[in-house]
Design a protein around this ligand. Structure first.
Ligand SMILES: [Zn+2]
Length: 341
């Protein structure tokens, strides 16, 4: 039999829990509007694989990418960012997706993350983890989501950042390409990523969200279209950029349709992992190394074009600066986008 005093405490405990529950529903750490841990600040990072800066700039200038043009007009852009690491140092890395996305998502180069290529052998992502892991460490109630259709992002970059079985992502979606199609189904997989991302923006309240599209790279490789190549003069490649612009437009529409959007302070960041040349990439030519960054929202000035050069490592600190989360010097991160000069 439970002594009476314990029963009283037990009842008091239930009452406290009910009160806390009511309070909790109004100051929920990952609610909509301004009711998150970051005063309403949120980040949408859109990754477009294999997008040459000169080709994207061309479709934007020609009016073929109205949504990106709107983001650039209302925000800050550089057409002179770079991947591939710092020349003649240990940070040098191949201009391929494995090292590139690892740099975007960990804020470090190969000398820290250890990713040399798309096989991810002997990587050190546990020591240089996904910035969403660092965000979750700093703020355990943060809500971070990742949606992609290139499996190594989920398998190695997200997977390698986990501590034991503990998941730092609140939502993780992978649209898996059919291996038999060797990448030809990326347009369909991108549409699935887009649909889930649009739905997620309607039903969840992410503090940080990464959405990845893979088709542009597969067009450059002449996989989706045999006439494709990585070139500002290749029409299939430019058409793929138009398509991704439309997908960005759908994401922006979903973001702005959030019921408490006016109380939210979204930073929209867009970038790529590498450029390309002819039908491939991986080397250190300007066409492969040069990338671009667009930042819209937060305290980014409107209509500003930064001359660069801006390192690919700038993305992660830009996210943390917007969310007001401290950066530990031991992480080896660079300066955020916009403070290079
Ligand atoms: Zn890539």
């Amino acid at each position: 039999m439970i002594p009476r005093i314990h029963r009283l405490f037990a009842r008091a405990g239930i009452v406290s829990a009910l009160v806390l529950g009511l309070v909790g529903s109004t100051v929920s750490a990952h609610g909509p509007g301004a009711s998150n841990d970051f005063g309403g600040c949120r980040v949408l990072l859109i990754g477009v694989d294999g997008t040459r800066a000169d080709a994207l700039r061309k479709v934007v200038t020609q009016g073929r990418a109205p949504h990106l043009r709107e983001l650039i007009a209302g925000g800050t852009v550089t057409w002179n960012a770079y991947t591939g690491g710092e020349p003649e140092t240990e940070s040098l890395q191949n201009t391929v997706s494995g090292p590139g996305w690892t740099t975007v998502l960990t804020g470090t180069w190969r000398n820290q993350h250890g990713v040399a290529d798309n096989r991810f052998r002997l990587h050190r992502i546990a020591q240089a983890p996904h910035w969403m892991r660092r965000l979750k460490d700093a703020c355990p109630s943060a809500w971070a989501s990742s949606l992609c259709d290139w499996e190594p992002i989920q398998k190695f970059i997200v997977g390698g950042s986990r501590k034991g079985d503990a998941d730092f992502l609140s939502f993780d979606f992978l649209a898996t390409p059919d291996p038999a199609l060797k990448g030809r189904d990326y347009p369909q997989r991108d549409r699935e990523v887009l649909a889930r991302a649009v739905e997620h923006l309607a039903v969840a309240n992410p503090d940080a969200m990464f959405v990845y599209f893979g088709t542009v790279d597969e067009v450059g490789h002449a996989v989706v279209d045999p006439a494709g190549s990585f070139s500002p003069d290749n029409e299939p490649y430019l058409k793929a950029l138009e398509t991704v612009d439309g997908q960005v437009g759908e994401l922006l529409k979903a973001m702005r349709a959030r019921p408490q959007f006016v109380e939210e302070h979204w930073l929209v960041l867009l970038t790529t992992d590498h450029g390309g040349r002819l039908k491939n990439h991986g080397a250190q030519t300007p066409e492969e190394r040069t990338i671009w960054i667009i930042a819209h929202g937060g305290d980014f000035p409107r209509g500003l074009e930064l001359p660069g050069p801006v390192p690919q490592t700038a993305i992660a600190p830009t996210v943390f600066r917007h969310l007001g989360v401290g950066i530990d010097a031991e992480w080896g991160w660079s300066k955020p986008f916009g403070s290079q000069r």
